[in-house]
Structures are given as structure tokens and as C-alpha cells.
Design a protein. Structure first.
Length: 267
């Protein structure tokens, strides 16, 4: 999974993740019975085919769908799409055409194979690219989404500018992520403690920026971690082992962050 707060809560910023690390994580997730057990227990209302690599709930995905405002035939891009589950569920729900982009070739291959689970074989495609350089054309999409990954690139302003570039006039960007409850909280990594979504997106040229936090979204985030730890022995399941290790790092400082949905519009 993504490292829940996106990076370790230490005095040193660990820097952006490498595609090879995510290749390994996605390969492990594909065959992990432990991760499936965590999600069945922690979020039983979440459609099982989503198999998230992030911290989503049915309520949060419904809110993302409403904020994207896609209609039949809209073009939606899922930035840092991972294995594709949340984006494909949203595309199916809204009848949008989907393009997913991820820097992990393993994720792109898995998402492509999984499109049939959502009935999207003819309406979804997945390509290799990253948040700072998607390789997609200018003004190509009605809406863009990003689940729990927009904090990860080395150059976040460049990523915000890239999202603006590929959206059509009036197109919406909707992302889920975290932000510090107290700016500058030294329990969090330097990257995390300085996050300011409104400033980042405004400086990139977006307008109508809104940041929403709900306690139940934060509860999903921590409940997934607690559920993983309650399982106990991961029994040679590397994906569950990684999630348990992540939970031990993140839970002690989870009260320093809010789980947020951020929306913005290209003028």
C-alpha cells in the first residue's frame, strides 16, 4: 500500500518513492490474501473488486464521484492509478471513459488485466507515466483524480502544473490525501508538515479550491491499520507484512493529520 501518511514520520524526509519499490508492492498485493482479509474486515461496504492500494471507503469514493461531476462520455484521468480499482469503479459508476497513469509498469499491467472485472475493457486504458510528466496531451480530459499519491512526487508544483495542463477549460481535479492538523508539526516529516493544498493548487493556476476533512475518512485510515495489526502473524504474506510495518510507523502520529478530499477547477 501507499505509506499511509505518504512518508515516514521522522526528522528526515525520506524523499520520493521509486517505481521499483511500487513494482514490488503491487506484485505482492496481487496475490495477498492478507490484504483482502484486511479490507473485508475494515471496510465491508467497499466493493471487493476495488482491492485498493490506498485508504478509501465507499463514502469517500461517493464523495469523489460527486466532486468530479463526470457524465456519460466524460473523459477521466486517474493519476497514479495503481492497480486501477478506485478509478475503474468511479468510471463505471459515472459512465466516464478512463485513462490511468502510473509510474509502475507492474501496476499498469495489473490494471489493464483487471478492466474486465468492471466491464471497462473498451472504455479504460492504462499507460506508464508519472505525476510530473504524464505523457498525455494538452487539454485532453474533463476531470482528473488522484487517490493518496499527490504528495509523493519530488516536485509537487510541477505535478500540479501537469494536472492543469492536461485538463480542459473548466475541468476538475479531485484528490484524496492528508494534511497536518497543525502546520509545522515536528512529529511529521518535513514534506508532510508543510502541506498546503490551497496554496499549491492556487499557485499552479487552479480556482474554486476546496479542502474537506471528515472524521469518518480518518477513521477508515486508522481502522485499516488497526485491522492489519489485529490479524497477527502475516504467515509469509509480504504485502500484509509491509502493511503491518507501515501501521506501526504511522499510527503513533496519526492524530497529527486530517484525511482530506481536495477539489479544484481549471479556469
Amino acid at each position: 500500500m501507499t505509506d499511509g501518511a505518504g512518508d515516514q514520520a521522522t526528522a528526515e524526509d525520506p524523499g520520493p518513492p521509486a517505481a521499483s519499490d511500487f513494482d514490488e508492492g503491487f506484485a505482492a498485493a496481487e496475490v495477498s490474501s492478507g490484504l483482502r482479509r484486511v479490507w473485508r474486515t475494515a471496510e465491508p461496504d467497499l466493493p471487493p473488486e476495488i482491492e485498493p492500494f490506498s485508504f478509501v471507503s465507499r463514502d469517500l469514493l461517493d464523495r469523489v464521484a460527486a466532486a468530479l461531476a463526470c457524465r456519460r462520455g466524460s473523459s477521466l484521468v486517474d493519476l497514479a492509478c495503481g492497480r486501477g480499482g478506485p478509478g475503474m469503479w468511479l468510471a463505471k459508476t459515472t459512465s466516464a471513459d478512463l485513462t490511468g497513469v502510473d509510474f509502475s509498469r507492474v501496476a499498469v499491467e495489473q490494471a489493464t488485466r483487471r478492466a474486465d472485472l468492471f466491464g471497462l475493457t473498451d472504455r479504460a486504458r492504462f499507460v506508464v507515466g508519472n505525476l510530473e510528466a504524464t505523457g498525455l496531451p494538452d487539454l485532453a480530459f474533463d476531470a482528473a483524480m488522484c487517490i493518496d499519491a499527490f504528495h509523493m512526487p519530488a516536485d509537487m508544483p510541477r505535478a500540479a502544473g501537469e494536472a492543469l495542463r492536461i485538463l480542459r477549460r473548466g475541468g476538475r481535479l479531485v484528490l484524496t490525501d492528508w494534511q497536518p492538523r497543525t502546520p509545522g508539526d515536528d512529529r511529521l516529516s518535513p514534506r508532510r508538515r508543510a502541506l498546503d493544498w490551497t496554496r499549491l493548487l492556487r499557485d499552479a493556476g487552479f480556482v474554486d479550491i476546496a479542502v474537506e476533512a471528515r472524521p469518518e475518512w480518518h477513521e477508515t485510515f486508522t481502522r485499516v491499520y488497526r485491522t492489519a495489526l489485529e490479524i497477527g502473524d502475516p504467515d509469509d504474506d509480504p504485502a500484509l507484512t509491509a502493511l503491518q510495518d507501515e501501521a506501526r510507523r504511522q499510527l503513533p502520529n496519526a492524530d497529527g493529520m486530517d484525511r482530506v478530499l481536495v477539489s479544484a477547477r481549471r479556469p
